[in-house]
Write a protein that binds this ligand. Sequence first.
Ligand code: URA
Length: 228
Amino acid sequence: MKDKPAAVPVPPIPRPVDRTDPLSTLALDGIGSLAELKSATMACRECPIGQFATQSVIGEGNPKARLMLVGEQPGDQEDLQGHPFVGPAGRLLARALEEAGIPRDQVFVSNAVKHFKFELRGKRRIHKSPSQREAAACLHWLEDEIALVRPLALVALGSTAARSAVGRAVPVMAERGKWLPRPDGRQVLITLHPSALLRVLPEDREEAFELFVKDLAKARKLFRTQPA
Ligand code: URA
């Protein structure tokens, strides 16, 4: 008889982050740059996801962005390529940002969870949503990113991102298009995850896309140049 595979030990939840102090996680984690964040997250095994992923995927974009967009976690393509939002959801997000008048090269795009969680079906890797515990374990890496980039505001794409960015559960359908405060005073614009739009019935897709663009457009004011 075959031996049973050893159970994966459940790691402890990491220490809480002082969310009122944007620099506290830098002090706690000692992360001084995005390159250091990449190395640290590559080695991270604070939850069980990291060991199965190809690599960690941290945020990218303008390192001094006024606006940081936060998704859920890297998908299959992101995991293979090592960059956030390069798969189908990323292409849809790029199109929506353009329609909303938000310059893609001026934002920073990241995720609440830094490793791809999946389930194997044959050879296919099927996306699995991270648990609250896994997202909580990853939160201090997101806070490090926020402390490094220092955006004026964030956009939370979907419920995992909203919980991590705002610090509490957010009913996304009820709150979409609204700005909610974080404990550090930054505002977080709530909207859907772009992959939710990919699951909408084809006949409803255009309207769903327009509503998504309308939500994102609320962040456009951050990019208006001040009158001389
Ligand atoms: N979905 C996400 O939430 N993030 C990515 O980077 C890609 C897809």
